[in-house]
Design a protein around this ligand. Structure first.
Ligand SMILES: C[S@@+](CC[C@H](N)C(=O)[O-])C[C@H]1O[C@@H](n2cnc3c(N)ncnc32)[C@H](O)[C@@H]1O
Length: 921
């Protein structure tokens, strides 16, 4: 069960009549325990309670108390030896009226009325095994609100199916946004009294719900009507109690959907939450899924955590501002100038979703501004930071609505925090009607229209209290018109998964620069639009992105364009998992790339350490692979850059499975005709390679085709291959005439080195091996025929691992090996005969070390947790020999390895180019 489902289950439990006997089991079921677990507890088989309660080992000890005795029962639970012995994390006592609980791990307690215990849902989440995510507890209000609004949304659509149609969905979303505003406003005194909205609806609408929509419609109409004009529009008295809000939110049609009794009661129920606890950044991301059929199943599970957003915003501009604040210390003039600078900063998120990046940026700037005000003795001063400086583009209308609302709420919360309630309320209404979130396709829209480059100049003034003249050297920003920072987390859609519409977006943007746009991820569009925007104004940009745009085939397509536009990477956050709370989705692996056309000296590479903290390194340059090395892009090559043997793709049957054989099929063929045996060979693909086993295949040379076809069991298969190939693509059809052989068959008799094309990034070395002449290497492997054995040493080296990891394509994190991109480009110094001898010895040592552990598979041998020590030692010796060839010693780490490889690659490529130029004259 996910958090939303748990919230729903416990809310339901608390709303039902209390049944003392059933409560402990119902409670445990609400937290996701399975029927079998409950059965065992019920029967007493797994119930460890020594005081007549229900005790689930490692989890919770629950006891239903006599009326009025809850507290003493909780004490009894705490003192029970069984509680300690079974390592119960929680104790819970209730009599159906009161409810008390304690988290024994940290001593936190909760006491409330029984029906309010679902409010403690965040506290109890460890019961469902959701304890590791600290944030979910902090955001438990947002989860609850999302869950309830979702229930209302779904119910309203049942009552008003027409509101779910494409034409009406905007109205429905707009209605939800208005409701959210009302809930927030009535909890925070923005309305004249607490619960004004929900109580008015409750009192004025019929219990049978027949006129609920009319009551709400009138309330909305009031909020759309300026106080001066109220007499004219004849509002009912009860609606007149609502303030003028508008700001676009209540403009236009104020019609509400019809309510059933159920939806009316859901509505009233939502009003019971304490909306002051809303986190506009988190809530927004959660609630937008409500309006999305596909995402609703994972409701509330997708949100970008604040620390992740700060990984973008801090290096982009916040760190610099904080540094300036530090430098300014108590210098009033410097503080004043910094405040002016901040007021001109525009933050622009062109895929803003519900505005979480903008909200966090706003809150952070307000925090800095407040610190300035405090140091200047101007605490409580009105903010100079306009919300209109926080701009977004978003394609989904509901997300746009939520983004606007989230910013408005964030502004109110900041005013409350830094100025106090009176001031916050005084400036809140009416809402500003300017629209800073544009609802459109960001890849089609001209960004200059959504966020026009700042033109107004900023006048820096000397502080009255200081007589020192304004020192221009201390004016700490260059862009007089105000800075613009573009940021966000645009959608990543790999080239294969893009819709035709998305493909067209990318084509439109890239076709003027490159013919290879088809391989690009959708996110690349945002980078290029941002770069084009930057032609009009100095801009710093930082996007969270799939790491694929900094690896493999996409690098040579996109990065030369960005670099040519005079941008450089000024910070990068190396690959990390962008996790969310979705139960069935592993977090995607992302990077953060900061690019700028303002030449900054300092460049920083951030990488996640084990404890999630970022490690920072100052470097001279960051190349498109996010390596501290010169700006170079590695392109596929048909020839080897270094003196290395040729590597080919393995043999491709394209046979519909008719030339490949499982072991029993192979035996059956021989049983049918022993003459077929000489046409059978072992076959190894990537899977077999890793599992250290084989399949078999039919392998007939052209000269033997007639003889082999005379064997009926083989002929039968050849006929099937012909039929299958005749229906396939051009390569398959080309093989119809010779169905006895693979369509691509570079096989040579003799030894061969094989490397699986896809391999897990968790292995510390690429799993390379040697196969004998009786084995055909399949197309899911690469192969070197008749290889010098020292080449195995190179492929098995850590140097090669890091090179492949950087320049080849990754599937998620897995390595996708490529001969043209990874092997042919691999830069190594010229090898001497002695080097080759040493490397050959290392290669043999690795193979021998594996032999010792026969029949362990490659997967077992290279499991990083279980790698045998002697095999590891053989690899380490190999690395030492390889790395000495590069720099005379072992490298300190992979970063240093990669930097050296790029340095060498750059040199070798420019030498090659130089030689080519000489030849070309
Ligand atoms: C990964 S989400 C990020 C949103 C938000 N920052 C967050 O963390 O939840 C990407 C957003 O881009 C929006 N989007 C997708 N395609 C778009 C397009 N062509 N133009 C504008 N927005 C788009 C999606 O609706 C989604 O809200």
């Amino acid at each position: 069960m996910n958090a939303i489902e748990i919230e729903e289950a416990i809310t339901k439990l608390a709303s039902e009549p209390f049944n003392g006997e059933e409560f402990p089991f119902a409670f445990l079921m609400a937290f996701g325990n399975k029927d079998t677990t409950i059965k065992k507890l019920r029967s007493g088989a797994s119930n460890k309670s020594d005081i007549g309660g229900v005790l689930q080992t490692n989890n919770v000890h629950i006891k239903v108390a006599e009326k009025g005795q809850v507290n003493s029962y909780l004490r009894e639970l705490k003192q029970s030896p069984a509680t300690t012995k079974a390592k119960a994390r929680f104790i819970v006592a209730t009599d159906g009226v009161d409810f008390e609980a304690e988290d024994l791990e940290n001593g936190e307690t909760r006491a409330c009325s029984y029906e309010k215990f679902p409010d403690q849902f965040g506290f109890f989440l460890p019961l469902a095994g959701i304890s590791t995510i600290a944030q979910i507890r902090e955001s438990s209000f947002d989860i609850r609100a999302t869950s309830r609004l979702n229930r209302l949304y779904v119910e309203l659509l049942k009552d008003n199916p027409e509101w779910g149609t494409a034409e009406q969905s905007y109205a429905m979303n707009h209605f939800m946004a208005r409701l959210i505003f009302c809930f927030f406003a009535e909890s925070t005194d923005i309305f004249s009294r607490k619960k004004l909205f929900i109580e008015t609806v409750e009192q004025m609408s019929e219990r049978d719900s027949s006129n609920t929509h009319e009551v709400i419609g009138e309330i909305f109409r009031a909020m759309d009507t300026d106080i001066d004009k109220r007499l004219k529009v004849k509002l009912p008295r009860w609606a007149d109690a609502f303030p003028y809000v508008n700001g676009g939110l209540f403009a236009g049609d104020t019609e509400a959907p019809r309510f059933s009794r159920i939806s009316r009661s859901y509505l009233l129920h939502i009003g019971g939450l304490d909306w002051t606890k809303i986190n506009p950044d988190i809530f927004g991301s959660m609630i937008q899924a409500v309006a999305d059929d596909e995402e609703r199943g994972e409701l509330g599970m997708h949100y970008t955590s604040v620390p992740n957003i700060l990984k973008v915003l801090n290096p982009l501009f916040l760190d610099d501002l904080r540094e300036k604040l530090e430098e300014a210390a108590d210098n009033l003039r410097m503080l004043l100038n910094l405040r002016k600078r901040i007021a001109k900063i525009r933050v622009f998120d062109p895929a803003c979703g519900s505005g979480n990046f903008l909200v966090i940026a706003y809150k952070q700037l307000r925090e800095i501004e407040n610190e300035i005000n405090v140091r200047r003795g101007e605490e409580g001063r009105a903010t100079e930071i306009p919300l209109t400086n926080f701009r977004g583009i978003e394609i989904r209308d509901f997300s746009c609505e939520i983004a606007r609302l989230a910013l408005v709420i964030a502004e109110y919360q900041c005013d409350l925090l830094y100025r106090g309630q009176k001031e916050a309320l005084a400036v809140f209404l009416p809402l500003d009607s300017q629209n800073w979130i544009t609802c459109d396709n960001a890849l089609r829209l001209d960004w200059l229209s959504a966020c026009p480059p700042a033109g107004r100049s900023v006048k820096l003034i000397g502080d009255d209290l200081f007589s020192t003249p304004l020192d221009q050297a201390q004016i700490d920003f260059e862009n007089e018109g105000g800075e613009t920072y573009i940021c966000g987390n645009p959608p990543y859609v790999g080239s294969v998964l893009q819709s035709s519409e998305q493909k067209r977006d990318i084509e439109k943007i890239f076709s003027k620069y490159t013919k290879s746009w088809k391989s690009l991820d959708y996110v690349a569009g945002w980078f290029l639009k941002a770069v084009e925007y930057g032609k009009h104004t100095k801009t710093k940009i930082a996007f969270v992105s799939t790491n694929s745009i900094c690896q493999g085939e996409q690098v040579p397509i996109i990065w030369p364009i960005i670099i040519k536009a005079d941008y450089e990477i000024f910070f990068a956050h190396l690959s990390f998992k962008w996790s969310n709370l979705a139960a069935n989705k592993a977090g995607v692996t992302v990077v953060i790339v900061g690019i700028s056309n303002i030449k900054d000296d300092a460049k920083y590479i951030y990488s996640n350490k084990k404890n999630e903290e970022s490690e920072i390194r100052k470097v001279n340059n960051i190349n498109p692979y996010l390596v501290a090395a010169p700006n170079v892009v590695v392109e596929t090559s048909t020839n080897q850059l270094s003196s290395l043997p040729k590597m080919l793709r393995g043999n491709l049957p394209n046979d519909g499975g008719k030339l490949l054989l499982e072991r029993d099929e192979m035996i059956e063929i021989i049983d049918q005709d022993i003459n077929a045996k000489k046409y059978l060979k072992k076959f190894i693909g990537a899977k077999e390679f890793i599992a250290s086993n084989y399949r078999y295949c039919i392998w007939v040379k052209d000269d033997d085709a007639a003889k082999a076809s005379a064997i009926p069991v083989l002929k039968n298969r050849f006929d099937q291959v012909s039929t299958i190939r005749s229906k396939g693509g051009s390569q398959a059809r080309g093989g119809v005439g010779h169905p006895y052989k693979f369509v691509f068959a570079p096989h040579k008799d003799g030894l061969a080195i094989a490397i699986p094309a896809i391999t897990s990034e968790n292995r510390e070395y690429l799993p390379v091996g040697v196969v004998d002449e009786s084995t055909i290497v399949g197309a899911k492997c690469y192969v070197i025929y008749d290889p010098p054995i020292w080449s195995l040493s190179l492929i098995a080296s850590r140097m090669h691992w890091v090179w492949i990891g950087a320049v080849c394509v990754r599937l998620e994190m897995r390595f996708s090996y490529s001969n043209t991109l990874g092997w042919n480009t691999f830069p190594i110094p010229q090898l001497t005969e002695k080097n080759k001898y040493d490397l050959s010895k290392c290669a043999l040592d690795i193979l021998l070390a594996r032999e010792v552990h026969f029949p362990a598979t490659i997967a077992e041998l290279y499991d990083p947790q279980k790698m045998p020590l002697d095999l590891r030692a053989a690899h380490e010796r190999n690395d030492e020999v390889v790395e000495r060839i590069f720099i005379g010693r072992l490298f300190r780490n992979d970063t240093e390895r990669l930097e050296k490889l790029f340095e060498l690659y750059t040199k070798m490529i420019s030498k090659k180019q130089h030689n080519k130029n000489k030849v070309d004259g």
